[in-house]
Design a protein around this ligand. Structure first.
Ligand code: NAD
Ligand code: ZN
Length: 339
């Protein structure tokens, strides 16, 4: 089968011929319907997150498609079924797996990060238990839900206990993930004001379309000052940083109000200068992908038509040029590889 592989850090991906895996036991071979291009792959390809077990390696952790072939011990799935693939695979049974939080367990076994991913014609899924039926959803539209849709769902939920009506939530970085963040901030919270910060005008227009009440172009205005002004000096009750650079993390912290919560999702390798002894009691945390239960909830929201990825379909030959556009912020929503 064809697969798009990283052969060396800092080099473009290559389309290579690799053996089509054979499902055994409770494995399922999924024919990829769509595999989303995530900015995390860019960090990995640049060698900034040294996590891959070996090279050449097939990336792709945002996958949906069709059951192609099942191992003899697979239950409840048949050839042709449309499925989303939950990618937080774990071979451990630790405290977090027992809690249903495989996304905190065994990162070295995740799809497209520890095990071959979905930038290929077929994907070997270790167990049918990682599959979720799509129902009326199209695999191309559903693929981004497994990460771009899922990760912000978990991140925004971390804010919920701290928000109150008319408080303010700030989304920094309205790309593939952040656009879902804007939507969830409107959908899941008690009538808050949503402010979106980005460096790209088009992304800010999209954030407005998705319901953001205010937008700030941080190439033109200081987002910390803007948020303070919009909140009468108080600051935001919740901030989610979908960039994670030195600049954005420090902006996020500085714009949070008393007992505000800052959730860092972006993996741009930033460091936060955190000052002890301040009277604002701001909490700073990270958020890591999501659970399979959370993914099932995200799929339910998509089936009800209240969330939807902004999808651009690409073929194998366009993967490198599309990653270049993603790096420059020129992909409007999510680019999805359709083999
Ligand atoms: P993306 O490229 O689609 O979106 C990034 C957005 O940030 C773009 O709109 C860009 O214009 C904007 N941006 C860049 N610099 C900015 C700045 N200084 N201020 C404000 N906005 C800025 O990327 P994505 O696929 O949505 O991923 C976003 C980040 O989340 C990446 O770092 C990725 O690695 C990370 N990620 C984390 C997890 C997790 O579990 N924690 C999961 C998936 C992705
Ligand atoms: Zn990702």
């Amino acid at each position: 089968m064809k697969a798009v592989q990283l052969v060396a850090y800092g080099k473009p991906l290559e389309i290579r011929e690799v053996p089509t895996p054979e499902p055994v036991g409770e494995n399922v071979l999924v024919r990829i319907g769509g595999a989303g291009l995530c900015h995390s792959d860019l960090h990995i390809m640049e060698g900034k997150i040294p996590i891959l077990p070996y090279l050449p390696f097939t990336l792709g952790h945002e996958n949906a498609g069709y059951v192609e072939k099942v191992g003899p011990n697979v239950k409840g799935f048949n050839v042709g079924d449309k499925v989303a693939v939950y990618g937080g695979w774990s071979e451990k049974v630790d405290r977090f797996v027992l809690k249903g939080e495989e996304n905190l367990s065994d990162v070295t076994k995740w799809v497209g990060i520890g095990k071959p991913g979905g930038y290929a014609e077929y994907l070997l899924v270790p167990s049918y238990r990682y599959l979720l039926p799509l129902g009326n959803l199209d695999p191309v539209e559903a693929a981004p839900l497994t990460d771009a849709g899922l990760t912000p769902y978990r991140a925004i939920k971390k804010l919920l206990p701290h928000l109150y009506p008319d408080s303010t939530v700030v989304i920094i970085g309205a790309g593939g993930l952040g656009q879902f963040g804007v939507r969830y901030a409107k959908l899941l919270t008690p009538e808050v004001n949503v402010v979106t910060v980005d460096v790209n005008r088009r992304k800010l227009e999209i954030a407005r379309e998705l319901g953001s009440d205010y937008v700030v172009d941080s190439t033109e205005k200081d987002p910390v000052k803007e948020v303070k002004e919009l909140t009468g000096g108080e600051g935001a009750q919740g901030v989610v940083d979908f960039v994670g650079s030195d600049v954005t993390m420090n902006q996020a912290y500085a714009m949070a109000g008393r007992q505000g919560t800052v959730v860092i999702v972006g993996l741009a390798g930033g460091t936060l200068k955190f000052s002890a002894g301040t009277v604002n009691e701001v909490s700073v945390t990270t958020s890591n992908w999501g659970t399979q239960l959370e993914l099932s909830e995200v799929l339910a929201l998509a089936r009800r038509g209240v969330i939807k990825a902004r999808v651009e379909r690409i073929g194998f030959e366009q993967v490198n040029e599309t990653f270049e556009r993603l790096a420059k912020g020129e992909v409007e929503g999510r680019a999805v590889l359709v083999p």
